[in-house]
Design a protein around this ligand. Structure first.
Ligand code: IMP
Ligand code: MG
Length: 185
């Protein structure tokens, strides 16, 4: 049985309306910054997908979207190392294009820094990062983040694209998991 999230929801960290307000601001800023430029939003699956689909509807300038799936090699239960494997690659060439990477959360930064390295080799015209959540307390590698939705504390969060063991991505808010009350699957 998949647990009802109410049983382990410690608190709602960011309610749905606050997410939408902030994402609208990000979309407007991106529209201004990329005005007149051909750009491509690259979403890292799967966590970034809910954010991407809302964000793109707040961006008024023309753009294309692409997806990429990577898995990072874990060093512990919820920890990542620096190595990533590309499970699903971009289907178009990014050489000479403006690329904006869309991420759900940057934690240690290991996953993203490997993805950035991989993409940089393909020589995009520009390569920037837009993350919904930034857990900067946990950062292990330095990453320049151009757009960041919310700075959050060092807690395990879920909802709005972020999963707990692959579930609960559909929830419209960002909640904190009480790991003692979460029974696992
Ligand atoms: P990093 O390599 O440590 O920065 O980990 C990044 C990835 O770990 C994110 O893209 C998420 O998929 C996952 N992650 C990190 N923190 C959380 C969290 O609090 N909830 C859910 N997933 C998380
Ligand atoms: Mg992710």
């Amino acid at each position: 049985m998949i647990q009802d999230y109410h049983e382990f929801l410690e608190e709602i960290l960011i309610p749905a309306d606050e997410l939408q307000t902030r994402i609208k601001e990000l979309g407007e800023k991106i529209s201004q910054d990329y005005e007149g430029k051909d750009f491509l939003l690259v979403c890292i699956l799967r966590g970034g997908v809910v954010f991407l689909t809302d964000l793109m509807r707040y961006i008024s300038s023309p753009h294309a979207i692409e997806f990429m799936a990577v898995s990072s090699y874990g060093v512990g239960n919820r920890e990542t190392s620096g190595e990533v494997r590309v499970n699903y690659d971009l289907s178009s060439n990014i050489t000479g294009r403006h690329i904006l990477l869309v991420e759900d959360i940057i934690d240690s930064g290991n996953t993203l820094s490997s993805v950035l390295e991989l993409l940089r080799i393909r020589k995009p015209l520009s390569l920037e990062v837009c993350t919904l959540l930034n857990k900067s307390e946990r950062r292990e590698v330095d990453i320049a983040i151009k757009y960041s939705g919310f700075e959050i504390p060092d807690k395990f969060v879920f909802g709005y694209g972020l999963d707990v063991d692959d579930y609960y991505r559909n929830l419209p808010f960002i909640g904190v998991v009480n790991l003692e009350k979460y029974s696992g699957i």
